[in-house]
Structures are given as structure tokens and as C-alpha cells.
Write a protein that binds this ligand. Structure first.
Ligand SMILES: Cc1ncc(COP(=O)(O)O)c(C=O)c1O
Length: 388
């Protein structure tokens, strides 16, 4: 067999304004190029404490059980769902976006029964609908997506949702993949029992070590399970050996990803979590003002600063716009999924990508791509500049 003649890695320059990954902060990239130590090295054990403390700050929680799960956001999602769902449990999941569907799929694999609470794509769940589902089904768990990346929808009324669940002795799992570190999210104040996220969105680190937090009450359910968790890798009672007091081997931690996460979280703490939420709202607000001044609409009823669902004019081919932005500007944005397929562009504004120059650049490219579709690019740029 011939030796493969594969050239040096030279990724193209991109401005990442899609649904994730966002651009990685230069300090995070530097942290990733520092030398490896072992995952049981005393220095790494200290670093694990740093990461846990910084994660608690970012999640707004005192939960002891706050750790990064090895893998992407779906790994942390599956860790939450697989550990908290016992076979036969009834779990409420939303139908208003793509990731509620993924929750349902994970619940079924964990042996749970799914009950859906409906809302249209682009709308948040209505607490009254959640109340009705609770009175009809007596669920054990409520899952919801705080920031639905497929529709750019922010779930409002979270404390009301958790109250409904707790009044029925159910636990609450929140998907904060596209909100953690970018959009107001408060685990303790809002009464959330378990929340998971990812690093490649508002935290601006590469994917690979994904935040998870569980309250003592949630962890008590995990440790008192009758049936063992079906996944060995994600079983939190096994992972406790490594992330708990003993710090003994469970699996080799993704050391470089943990370095990256630590630096990304240090950036959150330096900026201040509330200031960071405010920056996302301001910079994404300029993006929103820009697209609206161009004559385009936000497709979601409950705007999510980190993910802007921009409705395209009738008859415009979304892939042509996406290709134009990538080929001519090196800007990544994404198409719609599910009910929104072919109708919207998903423009992210997350973490290190949430910068004024990125917003002005994406608006220029968008105006250019839609030049012949009645879009007023100059008005868009002027409106964004005014907000910034
Ligand atoms: C809301 C939401 N949940 C879960 C996931 C899954 O995360 P990952 O793709 O990192 O596995 C994503 C990914 O985009 C997401 O947006």
C-alpha cells in the first residue's frame, strides 16, 4: 500500500456566525497549546478544582456536582437524561424544536416513557400547557430547552416551569447548550435540578468537554437508583471516583479540552457573567436591528440573542445565500431545520464571535447576497451601527 500523500493542515479563515462552533478566543487557543500533564498529576487535580469553581460561577449554582463531561454537548445531555431517567419513569419533553426531539430519543433509550408538551416551532412553552400535561400524566421529570438553537427561541418563565414540576415531585432538566455564558441562566435561583451545556457556543472553546450540574436532590436520585445506568461511560456514580473527593481513575480526561475550558471560564469570570449577558444582548441586538432595518424578520416569538433566526424573503434559496456568505466573505451561517427548513438563516452571536466587527461584517455580506431581493443593506448597517 502506498503512503498517503496528505498535505499540512491549513484550515480556511472563517468568521463563525453560525449555530456553533463560535470562534475560539486566542487565549483559549494558547491554553490548548501548553504541554500535557497526566490526568492524575497533582497540578491537574488542582486545575479540576478551578474548573469546577468557575463552572459553578457560570451556572450560578452552589451545586457540588458541577463537572465537565468528556464529549460534546450531547454527551452532557445524555449524562443528565440517562442518569435521571429510571426505566418506567415518565418524562415530559418539548416539541418546539429539534433538540426536544433529541431529548425524547435519549429518554426512550434510557427506558423512560415520553410525554410531549407542544408549542409551535419558534414559540416557547406555555406554563399552562405544562400544567395540563402534569395533571394528566404525573411525570417524574420535566425536560426543556432554555435556548433552542434550531429556532432561535428563548424559553421564558423558567421559574414557573420548575415550580409546576416541583409541586408534582418531579425533577427538572434544562438544556443550556446555547445559553450558558451568553444569556441569563440561573440554576439555583430558578430551581433547576440538572442543567447541561457545551463549550463551542457562548463559552467559545472547542467542543469536547461539556458542562453539567446536578443539585443534591438530583444526585440523590442518581445514587438511589434501582437499576444501574445503562451507559458505563456516563454513569455519574462511577464518574464520582474521578470528579469526587477520591480523584481516582475512571477514564482519561480530555486534558487539552479541560485546559481550554478553564481558560474560557476564566474569561467569563474576568468579564463578569452579568456583563457578558449584557454584551450578548447588545451586540446581537445590533444584529437584530440591522436585519430588521433591511426589511427582514426574526422568525422566533421569543428572541434568543445567541441565535438569530432570520426569515428570508419569499422565493430566496437559503443555500445560495449561505454559499455566497461562505465563498465571498468566509462567513459561516446555517440553514433552518425541521419546520423552519428552507425558510430561515440561523445567525449565531456567541462568545468571542459576539463582537461588533463580526456583526457589521455579516450584515454587509447578507446585504450583498440579498441585493436583488429588495433588501436595503445600507439601512441595515446604519441601524446596527447606531445600536453599537
Ligand atoms: C440546544 C442544543 N442541545 C444539544 C446540542 C448538542 O450538542 P453537541 O452538538 O455539542 O453534541 C446542541 C448542539 O448544537 C444544541 O444546540
Amino acid at each position: 500500500m502506498e503512503r498517503p500523500a496528505v498535505g499540512e493542515l491549513v484550515p480556511p479563515e472563517r468568521t463563525l456566525m453560525g449555530p456553533g462552533p463560535s470562534e475560539v478566543h486566542p487565549r483559549v487557543r494558547r491554553a490548548m497549546s501548553t504541554p500535557l500533564v497526566g490526568h492524575l498529576d497533582p497540578s491537574f487535580l488542582d486545575l479540576m478544582n478551578d474548573v469546577q469553581e468557575l463552572l459553578r460561577y457560570t451556572f450560578r449554582t452552589d451545586n457540588e456536582w458541577t463537572i465537565p463531561i468528556s464529549g460534546t454537548g450531547s454527551a452532557a445531555m445524555e449524562a443528565a437524561i440517562a442518569n435521571l431517567t429510571e426505566p418506567g419513569d415518565t418524562v415530559v419533553v418539548p416539541t418546539n424544536g429539534y433538540f426536544g426531539g433529541r431529548m425524547a430519543s435519549m429518554v426512550r433509550r434510557a427506558g423512560g416513557d415520553v410525554v410531549e408538551v407542544d408549542a409551535p416551532w419558534g414559540a416557547p412553552l406555555d406554563p399552562d400547557d405544562v400544567r395540563t400535561v402534569f395533571s394528566n400524566h404525573d411525570p417524574d421529570l420535566l425536560g426543556f430547552v432554555h435556548a433552542e438553537t434550531s429556532t432561535g427561541t428563548l424559553q421564558t418563565n423558567v421559574p414557573e416551569l420548575t415550580e409546576i414540576a416541583h409541586a408534582n415531585d418531579a425533577l427538572v432538566i434544562a438544556d443550556a447548550v446555547t445559553s450558558l455564558g451568553g444569556v441569563e441562566f440561573r440554576v439555583d435561583d430558578w430551581g433547576i435540578d440538572a442543567a447541561y451545556s457545551a463549550t463551542q457556543k457562548c463559552l467559545s472553546a472547542p467542543p469536547g468537554a461539556s458542562p453539567l450540574t446536578l443539585s443534591d436532590r438530583a444526585m440523590a436520585k442518581v445514587t438511589n437508583r434501582d437499576a444501574r445506568v445503562r451507559s458505563w461511560y456516563l454513569d455519574l456514580s462511577e464518574l464520582a471516583d474521578y470528579w469526587g473527593e477520591e480523584r481516582s481513575y475512571h477514564h482519561t480526561a480530555p486534558i487539552t479540552n479541560i485546559y481550554a475550558l478553564r481558560e474560557a471560564l476564566r474569561l467569563v469570570a474576568e468579564e463578569g457573567i452579568e456583563e457578558r449577558w449584557e454584551r450578548h444582548e447588545r451586540v446581537a441586538g445590533a444584529l437584530r436591528a440591522g436585519v430588521e432595518a433591511m426589511g427582514l424578520d426574526i422568525a422566533s416569538e421569543s428572541w434568543l440573542p445567541s441565535l438569530n433566526a432570520v426569515r428570508l424573503p419569499e422565493g430566496v434559496d437559503d443555500t445560495a445565500v449561505i454559499d455566497h456568505l461562505l465563498d465571498e466573505y468566509g462567513v459561516e451561517v446555517a440553514s433552518g431545520l425541521g419546520d423552519f427548513a428552507g425558510e430561515i438563516l440561523r445567525i449565531g452571536c456567541m462568545g468571542y464571535s459576539a463582537r461588533p466587527e463580526n456583526v457589521l461584517f455579516v450584515l454587509s455580506g447578507l446585504g450583498d447576497a440579498l441585493e436583488n431581493d429588495g433588501v436595503d443593506a445600507d439601512a441595515g448597517l446604519a441601524a446596527a451601527r447606531e445600536q453599537l
